[in-house]
Design a binder for this molecule. Structure first.
Ligand SMILES: [Zn+2]
Length: 249
């Protein structure tokens, strides 16, 4: 049924869902690390506390029309929401363009949104929230069904990812006498293994390592700090390995 929808219309639908999901991602990435309620709680201005209505919450447009300020108190509203909405929308469109079929595109799109939440939470609060990781682990089942991957391969990939993560964490601790890889990173390697299966896991680990080194250098230049969050490199490597590598191969 969905397969009969014309392509240009699909791109419009994916863009609209991307904007709405991006808006949710902006809220989740703020609230989860701060342990604030994520549902049944209206969005408020963080400066004056005014409850935000529908016209404040239109993705991208509200922020642009109000010139990045609260309509009530005129305090600047962080552009993080704008960038998160645009990033998630771009990933929704990339998923539609790159996935092998429509249902795989839906899974890949929501994976992209979850990864953006993880990246923002890791950059801002050094945490990869468990609820998002659990959601992505469940979504791997949808990906497995839509790509007809073998479920045994999925389980083995998840187990090996987790094992590699624990091994890296313990080796780092033994060599450097301090934690290098957080438990959030270890869990993420397990989630990534579920999505990738055994065969794609090595290219993912290689790519994550390369991106991690590059990101670590940029981080050190920008902040002067040698210790950098590894989540962004892991998340980017997962999306690239699933969506881009099969296409360019
Ligand atoms: Zn305000």
């Amino acid at each position: 049924m969905l397969e009969s929808v014309p392509a240009p219309l699909l791109y419009i639908v994916f863009a609209l869902y991307g904007l709405a999901t991006g808006s949710l991602a902006g809220a989740l990435s703020y609230r989860l690390p701060r342990r604030q309620p994520v549902i049944f709680d209206r969005s408020r201005c963080t400066s004056c506390g005014a409850t935000l209505g529908a016209r404040d919450l239109i993705p991208v447009l509200s922020w642009l029309l109000a010139k990045g300020r609260c309509r009530h108190c005129k305090a600047p509203v962080s552009s993080r929401y704008l960038w998160i909405e645009l990033a998630v929308t771009a990933l929704f469109l990339a998923a539609l363009a790159l996935a092998p079929n429509l249902w795989a595109a839906v899974c890949l799109a929501f994976l992209g949104a979850g990864l953006v939440v993880l990246i923002v939470a890791d950059l801002e609060a050094r945490i990869l929230p468990d609820p998002i990781q659990a959601g992505l682990a469940l979504l791997a089942l949808g990906w497995q069904a839509s790509t007809q991957a073998e479920w045994q391969d999925m389980i083995l990939g998840g187990g090996l990812g987790l094992g590699v993560g624990l091994l890296l964490r313990l080796s780092y601790l033994a060599l450097k006498k301090r934690h290098g890889l957080g438990m959030g990173d270890v869990k993420f390697l397990g989630v990534a293994g579920l999505w990738l299966g055994l065969a794609a896991l090595p290219s993912f680990l290689l790519l994550a390592g390369l991106l991690g080194v590059a990101f670590g250098l940029v981080w050190r230049l920008a902040t002067g700090n040698k210790v950098f969050p590894f989540g962004p490199a892991l998340a980017a490597a997962l999306f690239l390995t699933l969506a881009v590598l099969p296409v360019i191969r």
